[in-house]
Design a protein around this ligand. Structure first.
Ligand SMILES: [Zn+2]
Length: 237
């Protein structure tokens, strides 16, 4: 059996309100569930909390998308971020990933900060140079911001598939990341060029993500990260 862990990072309110419902809709239609990693600064109304809670109750996993990746004292502390997320969705938070938007992934420092949260699993890039207590997830393929942004929907998908198949051949497991905002906005280009690209529907994730799910659904088992973690723990992988 082959396994693919599905991850989505929600970096902003737009991604939460506009993008995430599209992702959930696609996954619901394909009977697939994933892990949604959220920054704690994206919530601005009671509706935002309610929406996240509703998808959590429906079975999607919620994880912490860590802002303060180096424990910078001028920001909210990492453990406080976790506490805030637990106040929103309850105690069932199992994993953490670093957000690239504020400070970003800083190697061992970030690994140490994530490890200190005492969660079940964490994912960064590669693995730390020390013995972490927390389980390390295999590094994701960046479906949107690497493959589709750089190579477009068609060629990007072809390259993504090649790399994905290689991962699956090598270890039977892969993880895939997208950002919900690119299901409503074009992932291609920076700044104003995004507007015409979005209007033209170029480099958008909807169709290509749907294609990925339908094409692989008979070959692999799509899982939330926490399910993948449990498989590793039981030694099935
Ligand atoms: Zn992020």
């Amino acid at each position: 059996m082959l396994f693919i862990g599905l991850r989505h990072d929600v970096d902003n309110t737009y991604g939460l309100r506009k993008g995430l419902p599209k992702v959930i809709d696609i996954e619901r239609r394909h009977d697939v569930k994933s892990t949604i990693f959220v920054r704690i600064d994206i919530f601005h109304s009671e509706r935002d909390y309610k929406f996240l809670r509703s998808i959590f109750y429906e079975g999607w996993e919620i994880g912490l998308h860590l802002i303060n990746t180096v424990n910078d004292p001028s920001l909210i502390s990492p453990s406080e971020e976790l506490k805030i997320l637990r106040e929103i969705v309850g105690t069932n938070i199992y994993g953490v990933t670093p957000c690239g938007k504020t400070i970003g992934f800083k190697g061992d420092i970030t690994w140490m900060v994530m490890d200190s949260l005492g969660l079940e699993y964490m994912e960064g890039y590669g693995s730390p140079n020390f013995n972490a207590k927390t389980f390390i997830m295999p590094t994701h393929l960046s479906f949107d911001i690497y493959y589709v942004r750089n190579y477009g929907e068609e060629d990007g998908y072809r390259r993504f598939k090649e790399d994905l198949m290689r991962e699956l051949d090598n270890r039977g497991v892969a993880t895939v990341l997208t950002h919900p905002e690119w299901f409503v906005r074009s992932v291609g280009g920076k700044g104003l060029i995004k507007i015409p690209l979005t209007i033209l529907g170029v480099k958008m994730m909807n169709k290509v993500y749907e294609k990925f799910l339908s094409e692989f659904k008979d070959k692999v088992l799509f899982l939330r990260y926490v399910d993948l973690y449990r498989l590793f723990k039981e030694g099935k992988r």
